[in-house]
Design a protein around this ligand. Structure first.
Ligand code: SAM
Length: 288
């Protein structure tokens, strides 16, 4: 019975310490049956097709072993996009949807958007699809990430140029001083923090996507320092970071000569994004 299979999956996931066992069990049942949420609720008392039951078991086992749900399902919703995900490439997080929205809101028609550290291409694809930029460029050091970001851009039907290399290295030098939006969710975990992360993160996200160095600030600092060279006057820098590092990053933005420095909270109310502007002096609500 579907209800029995669902309850059994939920119990197994809960026993394995999965933080959201009910939600994950429902999504796995829906994945093997093809049912929508309403259908699942209606059909709970009815049998699942036998082959669906057979296919459910190994998926529940993978989730019980703390493999991320998104990798088992093979895709993830990000804003209004459905993005492919795979092992070896950082999984997009819900808090990053806020960053992508803030970047899209600040992208002028025909403007240039640059996203270093693109991973699946989530931010670049969302900005390209939600605004009307002239050019969107994304970079990553990981060959797997570059390939997946290109696939996702094609899947989403957006034009994103993806280059492999260190931060802004693959971006043409001719764009220095002409970038309207520089947006990034960089690695921001300190080396010593890695062991304390949840198994889904520690064991599945690539270390290079998480750890930036001994302090966790290394990549953020490089981007802040580079921003004045790349942004046009009035252009925006937007960085996702560890809430504990928001104040120190905002201070570094001011030292770098950026203005309108502010902080945006994530869906859980934590200081998650630092944003700053190049060469436009004015005060803004929420500035710190
Ligand atoms: C935290 S993940 C963010 C991925 C994606 N932007 C997102 O929000 O889902 C960081 C990404 O930065 C890449 N990365 C790490 N160091 C880099 C560097 N120096 N230059 C370019 N990319 C880098 C990693 O391969 C990884 O894909």
């Amino acid at each position: 019975m579907t209800g029995d299979a669902l309850a059994a999956a939920e119990r197994r996931l809960a026993a394995a310490g999965v933080p959201t066992p009910r939600n994950d069990a429902e999504l796995l049942v829906r994945h093997v049956t093809g049912w929508g949420r309403g259908e699942l609720l209606l059909r709970r008392a009815r049998p699942m097709p036998a082959d669906a039951g057979d296919r459910l078991e190994p998926l529940v086992a993978r989730r019980a072993a703390r493999e991320p749900l998104q990798l088992i399902l093979g895709s993830v919703g990000f804003r209004h996009l459905d993005l492919l995900v795979r092992p070896g490439v950082f999984l997009p997080r819900p808090e990053t949807e806020v960053l992508a929205g803030e970047a899209a809101d600040r992208t002028p028609a025909g403007g240039v958007v640059v996203e270093p550290c693109t991973g699946t291409g989530a931010i670049a694809c969302a900005v390209a699809s939600e605004s009307a930029p002239g050019r969107v460029l994304a970079t990553d050091v990981s060959a797997e990430a570059v390939a997946l970001a290109r696939e996702n851009a094609a899947r989403c039907g957006v034009a994103v140029e993806v280059g492999r290399g260190d931060l802004l290295g693959p971006v043409p030098r001719a764009l220095r001083g002409h970038v309207d939006v520089l947006v990034c969710n960089p690695p921001y975990v300190a080396e010593a923090e890695l062991a304390g992360l949840e198994p889904e993160v520690r064991d599945w996200d690539p270390v290079a996507a998480l750890v930036s160095g001994p302090t966790g600030n290394e990549v953020v600092e490089r981007l802040v320092d580079a921003a004045p060279r790349w942004l046009r006057p009035g252009g925006w820098l937007l960085l996702e970071l560890d809430p504990a590092r928001a104040a120190v990053t905002a201070a570094r933005c001011r030292v770098a000569g950026l203005t309108d420095v502010g902080v945006v909270r994530d869906l859980a109310g934590r200081d998650r994004i630092v944003l700053a502007r190049h060469g436009m002096r004015s005060s803004s609500a929420g500035a710190i």
